[in-house]
Design a protein around this ligand. Structure first.
Ligand SMILES: [Zn+2]
Length: 224
């Protein structure tokens, strides 16, 4: 590729040149602290199950903990629109999801992207979840916009676990018949699981047979 020759990509971790315009080289990717799938479902890991409360979800998949490099890339992309971090995140998510799809454990019929939380964030002008997850979901299942917010809520980050539950109660509506469908809801960071679980409940009420949660990162205990 002429473009590769003119503008070779460098690995964001080790600065070595990469092939195929990758943002992370294969060596750093192999060393990245991805979650390892115990039976391909993070809810089966006791440490994760203690942290997140997702009674309406059957499964959970994520790339890693919301700390270190993953936290830096996610927050800089989200809050400062550092778009070169978008390509890094896309590469990490695609890599992790390719390993998950290979298990054949769960293949969704429909996929929802978690809608943005409230008007405060509208200035951002993009949904960072859609932007970073699209390549990993392409060709897997149709992505629907039928999951919407119907209630204005406070930012979950300023609330404790109990307040988060009541803040988010009744916040979602699903304008799609999900009878018997296997559903995925995708979000960037899961902390207590309140938002994800409320959205999952709305999907079950719309007839979904099962719901899985996909996230870029999970907040470790330290950050709670
Ligand atoms: Zn590297």
């Amino acid at each position: 590729m002429v473009m590769d020759w003119l503008f070779p990509s460098q690995c964001v971790c080790c600065q070595n040149f990469t092939s195929n315009r990758a943002k992370i080289c294969e060596f750093c990717l192999a060393d990245f602290p991805f979650f390892i799938f115990d039976q391909h479902n993070l809810l089966l890991r006791p440490d994760v199950a203690r942290l997140v409360n997702l009674p309406h979800c059957e499964g959970l998949v994520a790339c890693g903990w919301y700390q270190g490099a993953l936290k830096v890339w996610l927050s800089e992309y989200k809050f400062h629109q550092r778009s070169h971090h978008k390509a890094v995140l896309q590469q990490l998510i695609t890599y992790q999801m390719q390993r998950f799809w290979l298990t054949g454990n769960f293949l969704p019929d429909v996929c929802f992207i978690m809608p943005l939380s409230n008007r405060r964030y509208f200035w951002r002008g993009f949904n960072q979840v859609t932007q970073t997850w699209m390549p990993a979901l392409q060709g897997i299942s149709p992505i629907s916009s039928a999951l919407t917010r119907i209630k204005s809520t406070k930012p979950q980050s300023i609330l404790n676990r109990k307040q988060r539950r009541s803040n988010i109660k009744g916040a979602f509506s699903v304008k799609l018949d999900l009878q018997g469908k296997k559903v995925v809801i995708v979000d960037d960071v899961i902390t207590t699981g309140s938002t994800m679980d409320e959205a999952a409940q709305a999907c079950l009420e719309a007839g979904a047979a099962k719901v899985w949660a996909f996230a870029t990162a999970l907040t470790p205990l330290l950050g709670k």
